[in-house]
Write a protein that binds this ligand. Sequence first.
Ligand SMILES: NC(=O)c1ccc[n+]([C@@H]2O[C@H](COP(=O)([O-])OP(=O)(O)OC[C@H]3O[C@@H](n4cnc5c(N)ncnc54)[C@H](OP(=O)(O)O)[C@@H]3O)[C@@H](O)[C@H]2O)c1
Length: 291
Amino acid sequence: MAPGSPDRRVLLFGGRGMLGREILREWGGLGHEIVAPQPSECDVRIAGDVERVTALVQPGIVVNAAAWTDVDGAESRPDDAFLVNALGAENVAAAAAGVGAVVLHVSTDFVFDGRAGRPYDEFDDPCPLTLYGRSKLAGERLVARVAPRHFVVRTAYLYGRGGRNFGSTLLAGIRGGETIRADATRRVAPTWTRAMARQCLRIVGTERYGVWHAASAGETTWVGFAQAMAGRLGRDARIVAADTRALGLAAPRPDCSLLEGRMARLTRIPPMPAWNLALDEYLESEGSEAG
Ligand SMILES: NC(=O)c1ccc[n+]([C@@H]2O[C@H](COP(=O)([O-])OP(=O)(O)OC[C@H]3O[C@@H](n4cnc5c(N)ncnc54)[C@H](OP(=O)(O)O)[C@@H]3O)[C@@H](O)[C@H]2O)c1
């Protein structure tokens, strides 16, 4: 496939988000021609805008990494979350289908309530705890309804450059000698955005449409992640362990919404790396002080 051919032409929504910027970097580095409109140029909530841009670009692949990601804010502003995560996702998928493109829509482990006490695979029934999770599940269903050639890729616990969440700001916090207050309760598998971007590319290549899981293998807690990062940096960080409920978050968090990548195994694409191996690569890429 030559660069610039329709299959290599990608329209990316959410390109300046934490995951979007790694998709730009990784996919762009492999010869994909990527158009990534800013929200001010194309708001996914406005169907006409999305259709116009999609018709102009004529992509072979449309990636939707745009989302309302304020999990706690969604509890008090559910309509805003549903507008972006449900109707916005539908707008993107409908426009993709309209030009014959496949759509890769990014979703979340928060579609699960975490009560199973084991990792969830792609064939488990969702049951979200939060308004954010409900809005993302609504988006998944709308995407599947309007675009038969869809990949709904659920990921979890993302961290990376430019992110504002716990995992992403940890590096600066440890380097700055801050006291780190971390969740000691939830079972998590911190997932580097770059590893996720690479997995998305493999998934698109399968042409196996439907739901996929893509999160780091293995598990830890956020305390374990903070300790692992501090250890690799050679820092004696002050890490204060807290119970999830003591963190005072507006939205409840699933205790265990680990994602099992059964589809990757069944289709024999490489699994996601273990969280600790991805952490090594992340720190190397960030010019860490380790070693
Ligand atoms: N972060 C996590 O831990 C996590 C975990 C599981 C799943 N996910 C999913 O992964 C995906 C990417 O998340 P992320 O962490 O990269 O999010 P992010 O950093 O918050 O990026 C989201 C992007 O969406 C854009 N956006 C928001 N509303 C928009 C609109 N109406 N029209 C167009 N663009 C809009 C934002 O624009 P601005 O640049 O203007 O803000 C931002 O660039 C999302 O689907 C999220 O649900 C994330």
